[in-house]
Design a protein around this ligand. Structure first.
Ligand code: GLN
Length: 335
């Protein structure tokens, strides 16, 4: 009985109201869970900043922030919430969303692919090993090809469309972090090679240099952890922004984006993440991660030190903790 009561308190704390429990959020409880997650992992020094993009190595490794946005528009934050950092691969989710809205879910499956590669995010082997040259939109190869699918006659038009799209998700205009953009542009040989390889197989849909530059710019977009949680909240809310009310994506497309996040959002450790946490998520080498509990809330966490796959150590732990306390897991039996 005690156990049931405890679960009910936790469930109501994060808005996971069941049919019998339609109480409003316990705001203090949600704040407490976020504070606990922050306190528990703020001294974890495991992992290291990404350094293959030189400017990322310069970011203060101790930064740590968490934000949660509920589908009824409540925002909770904790830690270094005003710090801007580069969105990196989390951008892939939102450009995928735009490409899917423009071209349809079938085009994404046929022209890019939607299977996990099981290999690192910048793997060339993933392209070579798969005869159809099918990857997915959440690894570098597929993400760059996804950028090449975005409508626009010029690179500038495409970029305007992507940045306006991101702004609608964040409910604010987001700028590019110029130091990150310059640093990444100056050390981009590997991504260039991947794009050229895809192009040689007829799996890249525009000019390589122009689309690689847009991809690099989108990865260098500066966000706060709160911006990220606001962006992710659209995916938790079936495509409608919980704060602005803007209808940005069809519910069908949201469902498909969440599916790709589940299988490939944390690269080669996506399986372990699904197994232990059970929430569609996406990481970036800037140290951010977003995670979605459909219909309920989105979490974003940020801290620069990464594990071997390129996923923030503290962000993973914080999200795992919060999801556990909220009993949020898309694979859980609902009774
Ligand atoms: N901009 C980075 C790259 O292309 C993004 C990688 C990531 O966040 N995993 O390598």
């Amino acid at each position: 009985m005690k156990k049931i009561l405890y679960s009910l308190i936790l469930i109501s704390a994060l808005g996971l109201q069941t049919k019998v429990d339609a109480r409003p959020y316990d705001t203090a409880k949600v704040e407490q869970i976020l504070a606990q997650a922050h306190a528990l992992y703020k001294d974890d020094k495991n992992g290291a900043n990404a350094d293959y993009i030189p400017a990322l190595a310069e970011v203060d490794s101790e930064l740590f922030a968490i934000a949660l946005v509920t589908t009824d528009g409540k925002i909770f934050t904790q830690g270094d919430i005003d710090t801007r950092f580069s969105i990196q691969s989390i951008s892939k989710v939102f450009t995928l969303a735009l490409a899917m809205e423009q071209k349809g879910a079938e085009a994404i499956r046929d022209k890019i692919g939607v299977n996990a590669t099981g290999l690192p995010f910048n793997s060339v082997a993933a392209i070579e090993l798969n005869e159809a040259r099918s990857v997915n939109p959440l690894v570098n190869a597929g993400a760059m090809a996804t950028v090449s699918l975005i409508n626009g006659d010029t690179g500038e038009q495409k970029w305007q469309a992507i940045s306006a799209w991101y702004a609608q998700f964040a409910t604010a205009k987001l700028g590019v972090l110029e130091d990150i953009y310059r640093s990444e542009s100056g050390s981009n040989g590997h991504n260039l090679a991947i794009a050229e390889l895809l192009k040689s197989y007829g799996r890249f849909y525009g000019d390589v240099d122009i689309n690689l530059d847009i991809y690099t710019r989108q990865c260098s977009v500066g966000v706060t952890t709160k911006d990220l949680a606001l962006m992710a909240s659209v995916l938790a809310n079936g495509g409608t922004h919980p704060i602005s009310g803007a209808h940005l994506m069809s519910a069908d497309n949201v469902q498909r984006v969440l599916a790709v996040m589940t299988t490939a959002g944390l690269y080669e450790t996506s399986g372990e993440w699904a197994y232990t946490v059970g929430l569609p998520a996406k990481s970036g080498v800037g140290g951010g991660i977003i995670a979605i509990m459909p219909g309920k809330f989105a979490i974003a966490a940020f801290s620069p030190r990464l594990d071997g796959a390129g996923n923030s150590v503290r962000a993973q732990k914080a999200i795992d903790y919060i999801a556990d306390k909220a009993k949020a897991n898309i694979f859980a039996h609902l009774d």
